[in-house]
Design a protein around this ligand. Sequence first.
Ligand code: ZN
Ligand code: ZN
Length: 366
Amino acid sequence: MFTERLDRARSEMQRQGVDALLLSVGADLPYLTGYEAMASERLTMLVVPADGRPQLVVPELEAPRVTPRPDFDITPWGELDDPIAKVHEIVGARSQIAFGETTWARFLVDLIKADGNRTFRHAVEVMKPLRAVKTADEIERLRAASHAVDRIAARLQAGEIPLVGQTEAAVSAELGRQIKEEGHSKVNFAIVAAGENAASPHHHAGERVIQADEGVLCDFGGTMYGDDGIGYCSDITRCVWTGTPPPEFVELYDVLHEAQVASVKAATVGTPAEEVDRVGRAIITDAGYGEYFIHRTGHGIGIEAHEEPYIVEGNSDPLVAGNAFSVEPGIYVPGTWGARLEDIVVAAADGPDSLNLVDHQLAQIG
Ligand code: ZN
Ligand code: ZN
């Protein structure tokens, strides 16, 4: 798997005229090598020359964490060595250099102070066409992660996760516990937003106590790792009402549900990503809620919770088979309430393949 990925990266580099790819913290490095850099003041950097053997420059004390693979050399640097000099040495006379998006400035600034006339670019240009198109194996791993959070959402909808009388933070912690119990190694987020807090899309679960007769928005997900050290993410949003929802909220939710279903249905191979956004947004706007849908419809998902392709106005790239992304419209009425409905969907040759199958209705809990 890693051999094939590195080969594809090198051909993409050659196609784009990139001479060397420099990857540090972030998801591109584990995607290509199975190794995730420690985010620290000590530099870890994979140097992938378009025409040569990749070298992983890694602190000597972290080298034992790296699983050696036939596709790259491990180049440890000692406590008193200069890792920047080491990277410069490997890059040599190559002039078109691409950096990973999350390379720390403390290294980047020194790395771009090179002799010669190098040109610097974004590594995402090389990595995007690779990572955005999932293989059958990657799709099955995303499906397993999605099904795991589906089971948690089903328990939430069945009232098996206590809400009323609990703080948002306590429910968030319980969701996090279940995310791990369901096979994820890492909790990426567990948003729990009650009542008026649900009008804030990325609300931080706090000390607010959940009451009877209000809406609760839960958006949660984690990363499920395989034996190869690579993890794939889950991400789901469902809303419940602690009691019987008022007609105004039922109406809002019905519009949201209809928009979400329509966007999923539109997510076919060949459809521009922005069209998926437009279809759902039109339904929400026509129902009079347009000003309350304040974010894009979705984001790609894979080894990162948010990656290419983005389902947003302005992204006219047609969906290709293997694109995996969220479809998550939301309606947020400030000071009052909010709702979002989110599934992970794969564009497949025979139509949109929704990885989340748990009920989409607004669940009413006792
Ligand atoms: Zn989400
Ligand atoms: Zn999402």
